[in-house]
Design a protein around this ligand. Sequence first.
Ligand SMILES: Cc1cc2nc3c(=O)[nH]c(=O)nc-3n(C[C@H](O)[C@H](O)[C@H](O)COP(=O)(O)O)c2cc1C
Length: 218
Amino acid sequence: MAAATTGNSIASPIRIAVIVSTTRKPRACPQIAKFTLDTISTLSPSTAAKPYELHTLDLLDHPLPFHDEPAVPSQIDDPAKYVHEHTRAWCAVISSFDAFVFVTPQYNWGYPAVLKNAIDYLYNEWKGKPAMVVSYGGHGGGKSNAQLREVLGGVRMDVVEKGVELAFAGRQGTVIASQGRDMGLDGKSGEGLWSDKRGEISEAFEQMLGKCGKSGGK
Ligand SMILES: Cc1cc2nc3c(=O)[nH]c(=O)nc-3n(C[C@H](O)[C@H](O)[C@H](O)COP(=O)(O)O)c2cc1C
C-alpha cells in the first residue's frame, strides 16, 4: 500500500483506502483505481483543515479463503476472538483505515465475489466508517454500484448516496479493459477517457470526506 497524498498539518491525517476489487489476471481495476486516486489527489487535495492520506488497497495482496470463521462477525468484539490468522490480519488492515473508496467492475450484474467475501469476514471494522463507490462496465456498472452500496449499508457504513459510474467506450473499450490493456486514463491532467467524470468523482469524495469525523469514523 503506497501513500499518495499527505497533508502537512499536525492533526493526524484521515487514512483512506482506495480498494482494488478484482483479482483476475489480467484486469483493468488497478488502472481505474489509480485514475480515481489521481483524480481525487488533483481535484480535492489534502488540506491543513482536513488532512488525509490516500492508500491503494489491492485485494490481490490480501488473499482470503471463502469465509471460514465459526462466529458471526457482528458478534466479534475483540479481534483475539477470530479463530484464523488470516482474519486477524485482514481485521488489522481494515481497522487501520478511516474511510474507503470502493472501485468495482460489474460482473454478471453484480460486484465481484472476492469483494463480497472480503466484506463478509468483518463487521465492526467497517461499521460507522464513510464509503463511496466507483463502478465501471459496458454501461457504467450501475447494478453493481447499487448492490454494493446496499451491502455496505448492511455493515452499517456511512455510504455516499450517489455512486459514480464509468462506462467503457463501446464494445472495443470493454475488450481493452478486459485484457488489462492501457485504457488511456489520466486522473491528473484532465485529458483522456473519463475526463468528464473527474468532477463527479471529486464531488463524491468531498461528500465522503465531510462524513469523516462523524459517526463511528475518526
Ligand atoms: C465474470 C465477468 C462478468 C462480467 N459481467 C459484466 C456485466 O455484467 N456487465 C458489464 O458491463 N461488463 C461485464 N464484464 C466485463 C467487465 O466489465 C470487464 O471485463 C472489466 O475489465 C472487468 O474488470 P477487471 O478487468 O478489473 O476484472 C464481465 C467480466 C467478467 C470477467
